[in-house]
Design a binder for this molecule. Structure first.
Ligand code: FES
Ligand SMILES: [Fe+2]
Length: 338
């Protein structure tokens, strides 16, 4: 597995989960302390006290400051030591601060050089917390490299096998896949013309519509941020008339062999329908946790045990998405290392 990019924004929590307590997360092998200040702004520091390396998350949040739970040094939201109950404040008593953003209902941290943290570089996920969408969010901790989760998402063909109960269809034989790069964004689209209405859209199209064109459109942006729009329209009608839903997949590397996977489902139809909510949550739990996760973790274990077999994998046409993603990552990695 290649090193993840450092000069990047990573999702670290859903905004609703960042409260006035101390939260500890691992991102790129680094312990991160997160908390919300009294004015609601997020703060992110290294979760390590510079005195004896106690995790600051074992301390206390007092106003906008954190008191270390071991010997009481106090740090503000910028990592500056503001009090030492045992004497003067040593110059070295400083904790690394991470640029942090609360945007689109997600807490993001920048793991690279803080001077290069550019909020404008964050892709647009405004649908996640606008009023036009009903969004259901969840997350999983996966015991596999973040790359394996991204590979899985950039290859929708696995749905016919891993998620056969939800998606298996004869119509898969007619899928047309198109993958292309636009700057550093990879688009991976699947179009199935003239097929029956997919079960998840049944009841949300005019009753006379029995045959549809079905679109699945994935977008990947560095480092590991994806969304996929699924759209259905009466066969032959323009794509713009389609009923749509959007999946979001934000994958954050923790260690070489674990990652945090944040996912969401946003829809414009049946917004107040609790049964639809339940069906979607069931799909997310069953599909992602009981079907994707065990397969991805099994692949991780085999790759760990037989690293030599990962060098020259057989490539299939369905791998176009993951291959293009790897190409962009390699280029960006080189720029980081230059
Ligand atoms: S380890 Fe934090 S004050 Fe001693
Ligand atoms: Fe899947």
């Amino acid at each position: 597995m290649e090193k993840p990019l450092r000069e990047a924004w990573y999702a670290v929590l859903w905004s609703d989960d960042l409260t006035r307590s101390l939260h500890s997360r691992v991102v790129l092998n680094t312990l991160i302390l997160l908390f919300r200040k009294e004015n609601g702004d997020p703060a992110a520091l290294l979760d390590v006290c510079p005195h004896r390396c106690a995790p600051l998350s074992r301390g206390k949040l007092k106003g906008d400051e954190v008191e270390c739970g071991y010997h009481g040094l106090v740090f503000d939201g910028n990592g500056r030591c503001t009090a030492n109950p045992h004497g003067g404040i040593p110059k070295a008593a400083q904790v690394r601060r991470f640029p942090v953003l609360d945007r689109y209902g997600v807490i993001w941290i920048w793991t690279g050089n803080p001077h290069r943290a550019d909020p404008a570089a964050l892709p647009n996920y405004s649908y996640l917390n606008d009023d036009n969408h009903r969004t259901l969010k969840d997350s999983l901790n996966i015991k596999a490299s973040y790359e394996l989760v991204v590979d899985n998402l950039m290859d929708a063909s696995h749905a016919q096998y891993v998620h056969a109960g939800f998606f298996k269809t004869e119509a898969a034989q007619n899928v047309r896949q198109k993958t292309w790069r636009d700057k550093n964004t990879i688009h991976n689209h699947y179009i199935t013309p003239s097929r029956s209405v997919p079960p998840s859209f049944a009841g949300f199209l005019p009753s006379e519509v029995k045959v549809v064109d079905y679109y699945i459109e994935f977008r990947w942006e560095p480092p590991s941020l994806l969304s996929n729009t699924t759209a259905v329209v009466a066969a032959g009608r323009p794509r713009e008339e389609a009923v749509e839903k959007i999946g979001t997949h934000l994958v954050t590397p923790e260690t070489e062999t674990t990652c945090q996977y944040f996912f969401a489902h946003s829809r414009t139809f049946a917004q107040g329908d609790a049964t639809v909510d339940r069906n979607i949550s069931n799909w997310q739990r069953t599909g992602f946790q009981e079907q994707d996760e065990p397969m991805i973790e099994a692949v991780q274990q085999v790759r760990h045990r037989f690293p030599e077999l990962t060098q020259n994998p057989v490539l299939l046409s369905i791998d176009a998405g993951p291959v293009q993603v790897q190409r962009v990552l390699q280029e960006l990695r080189k720029l980081e290392e230059a």
